[in-house]
Design a protein around this ligand. Structure first.
Ligand code: ADP
Ligand code: MG
Length: 239
């Protein structure tokens, strides 16, 4: 039984603007699905449809048996991480990480212990009292990841979380990401235009072009058996 199920999703903004045309995907617990494709192919729009930040023109988003089309983003129990980190500048690292728990009225002792636990995992243990402006880009992105993890969501949605980092840091955080999400056993939908990220992180890759899935396969197979010329051209040849 698929945990996250997208059926015939479509999003039309205007007569000629249809970034998501007809996409169906199923993602199990513990699966790491990457949406890979060039800029403008509809990756972020698809993620926003899953999160409920956009309303589909057609189709459904479900988790388990539960159709979420009418469920507000805040009630979907999904955690989204953005390229831009989106941290609260006036809050400390600890407050940024714990903010969703506070909104849910979790007792403050429990917030403290869960924030400390997740911060430890991400190497943020000594930075809990800092403000975002006192952190490096890599540390900020770790705070954004910690904020997603601490909520223990049903689904993780990550939109190009590494693309603001320099190359060296990107490689380091990428390795951490893999470990982190391998141990979560939840569906992860990861958006990138970077084929190295897609190939190293994913259990499955969906290659997107013009709002349609061109190929859905394990990363190795995308390389060895590209479904069409577009996929072959986009991922290049086997290394
Ligand atoms: P990607 O994340 O793959 O780069 P996006 O999903 O952000 O692509 O965008 C796909 C297309 O949809 C782009 O042409 C973009 O301009 C358009 N688009 C996205 N959001 C909106 C919106 N709110 N209104 C109109 N057009 C939009
Ligand atoms: Mg995008």
């Amino acid at each position: 039984m698929a945990k996250l199920k997208l059926q015939n999703l479509r999003k039309q903004f205007a007569p000629q603007v249809v970034p998501v045309k007809d996409i169906s995907l199923e993602i199990e617990d513990g699966e790491f699905l990457t949406l890979l494709g060039p800029s403008g192919c509809g990756k972020s729009t698809l993620l926003r449809l899953i999160a409920g930040l956009e309303e589909p023109t057609a189709g459904t988003v479900a988790v388990g048996e539960r159709n979420l089309n009418k469920v507000a983003p805040g009630n979907r129990n999904m955690a989204m991480v953005f390229q831009s980190y989106a941290l609260y500048p006036h809050m400390t690292v600890a407050e940024n990480i714990g903010t969703a728990l506070k909104i849910r009225k979790t007792p403050s002792a429990e917030i403290q212990s869960r924030v400390a636990e997740v911060a430890q995992k991400l190497g943020l243990g000594s930075l809990l009292d800092r403000k975002p402006r006192e952190l490096s880009g890599g540390q900020r992105q770790r705070v954004a990841l910690a904020r997603a993890l601490v909520r223990n969501p049903d689904v993780f949605l990550l939109d190009e979380p590494l693309s603001n980092l320099d190359a060296l840091l990107r490689e380091q955080v990428r390795a951490e990401l893999k470990q982190l999400f391998d141990s979560q056993n939840k569906p992860v939908v990861y958006v990138t235009h970077d084929q190295t990220e897609a190939m190293t992180l994913s259990s499955k890759v969906a290659v997107l072009k013009d709002g349609l899935v061109q190929q859905l396969d394990p990363p190795r197979r995308i390389y060895t058996h590209p479904a069409n010329e577009f996929v072959a051209g986009f991922v290049g040849s086997p290394q």
